[in-house]
Ligand binder design. Structure first.
Ligand code: 5GP
Ligand code: ZN
Length: 115
């Protein structure tokens, strides 16, 4: 498994930093965002280190598809039944802060803190 020892999400994927886990399998991990914008706000990440979406290619298409397909299922399990947003911030202009690909899933009743 490709990991970057200095990457915070690699540390979470390795269990070296605690997180409130939503889902885990061999390839993906989902956990609650530490600073939620919405009543429900979790992140879905690949366990392998991929810095940004610019670093993905055809070989990642199935994995990225699984991330997308998981979003509605996990949102529903967390009680989000009236809609949600999916966001993948990428690069400086995309305001990506953590350099490990992650998909935000935000939902729950309005109002939200942001967005
Ligand atoms: P970005 O701006 O890179 O798209 O979003 C990074 C997200 O990761 C932010 O929403 C931030 O709150 C979340 N985050 C950063 N560090 C941690 C952490 O240690 N644990 C958890 N659960 N979330 C984190
Ligand atoms: Zn990483």
């Amino acid at each position: 498994m490709r990991r970057d020892p200095s990457c915070i999400f690699c540390k979470i994927a390795a269990g070296r930093i605690a997180s409130r886990k939503v889902f885990e399998d061999d390839e993906l991990l989902a956990f609650h965002d530490i600073a939620p914008w919405a009543p429900v706000h979790f992140l879905i990440i690949p366990k392998q280190h991929i810095a940004t979406m610019y670093d993905t290619g055809d070989e990642h298409a199935a994995m990225m598809g699984r991330m997308l397909a998981l979003a509605p299922r996990l949102a529903h399990e967390l009680g989000v039944v009236n809609g949600f947003r999916v966001v993948i911030n990428t690069g400086p202009d995309g305001r990506q802060e953590v350099q490990h690909v992650h998909m935000h899933v935000m939902g729950g009743p309005r109002p939200w803190l942001r967005g």
